[in-house]
Each structure stands twice: as C-alpha cells, then as structure tokens.
Design a protein around this ligand. Structure first.
Ligand SMILES: [Zn+2]
Length: 369
C-alpha cells in the first residue's frame, strides 16, 4: 500500500477510511503517505488542488468530487511578502482542500451504506462540507455553535444541508455531532485524518508557485489545527522527498482568548475565558482535541507561535481591506501576528514570507463604523 492509516497513540492500523478515531483506544488517527513527492508526477494541465492527485493515493481519479478548489493566487504584496488567497476557494475558505479530498475518498461508501454525513463546525468547514456533499449528491447534517455567523449559516442551508444549532461550548457541538444515529457517518473535519491530509496540497502549491523554493516563513491562523497540521505534513513530505532543502519557519497565530497552542508552546498556563467573545469567529477552539499533536509537530518542525490582542484583529482586518484584501477577521490574525513579530524584531522584512489568508470577508456580519 502506498499509504497507511494508524492510531497516533497505540499504532493500531485501520483500512476503513470512514473511521475518525482508533477502534481500540479512541485516539486520533493519522495517514502516512509512502510515496515520495516528485515534480514529474504533477498533472500540469489541472489548475486545481487535484494537480497533485498522484500524492493522494487513497482517492480514485474517477471518484473525485471537485468544485475547482485549490491553485489559489499567491500575490506578491511588497518586497518579500506574499499573501496566499485561500479566501478564493469555491466556498470561500481553505477548508475546501480538506472537503474535496474527504468527500472524494468516502462518498461511494457512504452511499452504499445508505447513510448521510455529519460534521460540527464554527461555520467555514460546515459550509464547505455541505457544498461538497451537495456536489456528490450526499445528505449532510451540520452541527453549529449558537453564535455561528449569519452568512455562514445561510450558506450551509442554501447548499441543502440540515443545520442544527447547539448551545454551550464548542466541545458540546462536537459531542452532539458524534452521537450515534442510524445511517450517520461522522466526518468531523477536526478529527478526520483524511480531511486534515487534504490540506497538504497547500504546501505543494506555495512551493510550486514560488518556483520550487520554500519561503522562509509562513503565518497561519490556528484554532482546531487542521490548517497547521495539514501544512506541516505537506512541507515534511516535500522535505523527506528532497523537493525542498529547508523547512520554512511555520508560525501558528492565535488570539489572546483562544490561544491554547501558544501557551502550551511557550510553557505558560492557559486560562480560557468562560465565553469567547471575538470578531475572529472561526477561531473558537479553547480545548482542541489535537493540541498535543500540534505542539509536538510544531516543535519538531522548528516552528513558532504568536498571540495577538483582540483590538489588533479588527484593526488589521480594516488595514487589509484598505489595501484591497477583503478577508474574514479570523484571517487577519495571521497578518497581525506577522506585523507583531516584525515590530519586536523576531522576523525581518528581508525574509521571504507567506501569510495565508484563510477565508473571505464576504461571510462577515460586521458593519463598517
Ligand atoms: Zn489506538
């Protein structure tokens, strides 16, 4: 086999791509690809994330469910600074990379079982899964927090998915979504190894768009960790395959309220607020189930973590819009973190830097003042 799905704790393997946790110990699963990355195997005429289909060996080409995701613009903003416009994916966020791979890998099996898929999300992943379910002709139930942004909820419902609001903490939403029900196949993007693995294409694209050179720094917002872990796996795959010579410094950017990884990484105690009240509505995981894995992987890759204040988020959101980049406030967190590191001298403008702009501003319910 050119890939293997294994438990991250006890190592028990599985061949069931519908599984999201280990059947022995309940811990998260991980996918390892045993096929080296090689530039010669890219489908150069496919301008989507599927140009890298050869490196997703668990998906059959005839089963691909696509809306044209990926191959998003990498825009040079100034000097050595680039923005990767993940906000231009079909449903308006980077999550489409995970959804297209996950739904492609499992839709036939879910249909064979006569089932439907269930997902829990603060909004973007729910909208994305709902869209790919619609494209595949699958039924979907999306569990969302009570405070979900209105435009994201509308999007989920217009795609034809059933949206269920769950009051209380973000973890309660996941519990509800995981409750067994006849025909339900839980595909929560936070835990599902195939969704996370799908994000890998982002690393390949950044390097290919920079002329097969890794940037020195990459800034990305981190909540539950799918983006961070997917990008880390992708760069590690490129390194292990000899496609790049050096790992970029990957910087995990968090908000003051939702910063469990930042605190874990810096060895500081973290006390989450009782209720998260933030304009960064996509960053709400105060207790992410993959925290330890994120910490280990980020440390092993020589990465870093930064935290920004609430008032910096809105300010940076407006600043980005003021230069033409209309992204959601959660995406502005990464650019705010980059500016903070520049100010305190931990980063320099001489380093080739990519800031990932994760989601579109068209989904924000904020009003200009
Ligand atoms: Zn296990």
């Amino acid at each position: 086999m050119s890939y293997e799905v294994k438990c991250t704790v006890c190592g028990k393997p599985t061949t069931n791509l519908l599984s999201y946790k280990c059947i022995s110990c309940g811990n998260p699963l991980d996918i390892k690809i045993r096929k080296a990355f090689s530039r010669g195997e890219i489908h150069r005429k496919d301008y989507s994330a599927w140009r890298y289909i050869r490196f997703f060996p668990y998906v059959n080409a005839r089963d691909v469910v696509t809306l044209g995701e990926g191959w998003t613009p990498l825009v040079k903003v100034s000097g050595n600074l680039y923005f990767k416009l993940e906000s231009l994916n079909p449903t308006g966020s980077f999550k489409d990379r995970g959804s297209t791979v996950l739904v492609s890998a499992i839709h036939k099996e879910v249909k064979r079982l006569g089932g439907f898929i269930a997902e829990d999300s603060s909004g973007n992943a729910g909208a994305s899964i709902a869209a790919y379910a619609a494209r595949a002709g699958l039924r979907a139930k999306i569990y969302v927090p009570e405070g979900v942004s209105g435009p994201k909820l509308n999007q989920i419902m217009f795609y034809g998915a059933e949206a269920l609001k769950v009051p209380g903490a973000r973890s309660r939403v996941a519990e509800e979504a995981q409750k067994p029900e006849g025909g339900k196949v839980y595909v929560g993007h936070i835990l599902h190894p195939v969704f996370r693995d799908g994000i890998r294409s982002l690393a390949y694209e950044i390097v290919e768009q920079l002329g097969w050179e890794a940037p020195e720094r990459i800034y990305l917002p981190v909540s539950a960790g799918t983006l961070l872990l997917g990008v880390l796996i992708g760069f590690k795959h490129l390194m292990d395959s000899g496609a790049i010579d050096e790992m970029p410094k990957i910087v995990a950017c968090q908000t003051k309220q939702v910063s469990p990884l930042y605190h874990r990484f810096k060895g500081l105690p973290y006390c989450p607020p009782e209720k998260v009240v933030t304009v960064a509505d996509a960053l709400v995981s105060t207790s992410p189930p993959l925290l330890e894995i994120m910490h280990q992987e980020l440390k092993a890759a020589g990465g870093d973590a930064v935290m920004v204040e609430e008032d910096e988020i809105f300010k940076t959101f407006k600043e980005l819009a003021g230069i033409g980049f209309y992204v959601e406030p959660s995406s502005a967190v990464a650019y705010a973190a980059y500016q903070k590191q520049l100010r305190i001298g931990e980063a320099t403008s001489g380093e080739k830097t990519v800031v990932v702009l994760t989601g579109t501003g068209l989904k924000t319910a904020l009003k200009p003042s």
